[in-house]
Write a protein that binds this ligand. Structure first.
Ligand code: HGY
Ligand code: MN
Ligand code: MN
Length: 412
């Protein structure tokens, strides 16, 4: 009897090694670490009897064929991680469906449709100021202008993809016909404390919060820290500090809003020179798109005031936005029924994290299965999901797939 949870843990352990050196997992898109993870995933997909292809957006696709002319059900998540992240965020949502399909093959289960398992290249948007490249490509919402965006080393996304052996010009042709797609199901570690607090292994997501990200560049004038008078200084970091405090104030004082400055660089960044320029990111998230966009606009207004008061130049741009997305109720009811068949209680809960499923909602009905997250921590090396919980998820996924097209009664 296969211990599917242990199989998942072993595979995720191999994938965690596909990382830059250092604490936790650092696997950014279009890097040697990404290449190594693709090799591990390709082997696992082939071992499950799937046909494996890599598309122009660098999504690895493992396909289980169905009857001639059938539709396709999509599952998957992202392969990339944040810096010093965990071993489960994203990648677990690729591994569990692969093993669920291997389980179905072992059982000799027939499905009246095809299944694609998708490993998206870049969901985090850590290397480039954009995200959801692969899922937006399938949904037909990919904006080619993001190919000109650059990473911290000045490498354009287009060049990073070309060097990785891809042809970004082919991304536009990846759009799936909605008529051919039954739905998309993303399995993901919860990245929060709710399931653990409720003593539950699995949960079904009701809705995914909306998100927007801004890049703000503050430019002043450098000078000798010892001889430049305080009066009249155009210190870029003092201006940036006011902006960072304002982002936090907006988050603290606005209900249903999370606000974060996660990245900040200073030039020339030396102890005895007045900072000339600061580049920072600001991120807003909310289940309510109006709350989120109002905060983004308020920050731009505030930055302009800081520029005037301190004779600084400020370039603020909204570089990424994804609206809040409700999950499809029929798919979610079926998923909840399947999880209960597997023996899980499966409460419903919202997602404060964003996911590829948000982008896939522009293509087809979406659902998300959450797996319990130890201590609710994520985007940290300590992120953990147990093999027992992963085994329950694999059982729920295989039951879910076998049930599609069948009446599962009025699931509670
Ligand atoms: O940041 C997020 O919410 C997700 O992990 N990309
Ligand atoms: Mn993440
Ligand atoms: Mn994720």
């Amino acid at each position: 009897m296969t211990d599917w949870g242990q199989r998942a843990a072993a595979l995720l352990n191999d994938l965690a090694a596909c990382s830059e050196p250092g604490p936790g997992v650092t696997r950014l898109p279009f890097t040697p670490e990404h290449r190594a993870a693709l090799d591990v995933l390709r082997a696992a997909m082939e071992n499950a009897g799937l046909t494996v292809t890599l598309d122009a957006a660098c999504t690895l696709v493992g396909r289980r064929e169905g009857p001639a002319g059938c539709k396709t059900f999509l599952l998957g998540s992202h392969q990339d991680s944040v810096r010093e992240g965990g071993a489960y965020d994203g990648i677990m949502g690729v591994v569990l469906p692969i093993l669920a399909l291997e389980k179905l093959r072992e059982e000799g289960a027939e499905l009246p449709f095809a299944v694609d398992v998708l490993a998206f290249a870049d969901e985090e948007g850590v290397r480039f100021p954009t995200a959801l490249i692969g899922s937006r490509a399938l949904a037909g919402t990919f904006d080619p202008s993001v190919l000109d965006m650059r990473d911290d080393q000045g490498t354009a996304l287009r060049d990073a993809m070309t060097s990785f052996g891809l042809d970004p010009a082919g991304i536009g042709a990846l759009r799936r016909d909605p008529g051919d797609v039954l739905g998309f199901l993303e399995t993901h570690i919860e990245q929060g404390p709710h399931l653990e607090r409720e003593g539950e292994a699995l949960g079904v997501v009701t809705a995914i919060c909306g998100i927007e990200r801004h890049q703000i560049i503050v430019t002043g004038e450098t000078g000798h820290a010892g001889t430049l008078p305080m009066m009249g200084r155009r210190d870029a970091l003092v201006g940036a500090a006011a902006i960072v405090s304002e982002v936090d104030r907006l988050g603290q004082q606005t209900a249903d809003l999370r606000a974060t400055v996660g990245a900040l660089t200073v030039e020339p960044n030396v102890v005895n020179a007045v900072p000339r320029a600061v580049r920072l990111t600001a991120e807003f998230r909310s289940p309510d798109d109006n709350i989120r966009s109002k905060a983004g606009n308020a920050l731009h207004d505030f930055a302009r005031q800081v520029a005037t008061q301190r004779s600084l130049t400020i370039d603020a741009a909204r570089t990424y936005a994804q609206p809040a997305q409700p999950c499809n109720q029929d798919l979610s009811r079926r998923l909840s029924w399947a999880a209960k068949q597997a023996g899980a209680g499966c409460p419903a809960l919202p997602s404060g994290a964003t996911h590829d499923a948000s982008a896939m909602a522009d293509l087809c009905p979406i659902a998300m299965l959450f797996v319990r997250c130890r201590n609710g921590v994520s985007h940290k090396p300590e992120e953990f999901a147990s093999s027992e919980d992963m085994a329950l998820a694999i059982s729920a996924l295989s039951t879910f797939l076998k049930s599609i097209g069948q009446d599962v009664g009025s699931p509670g």
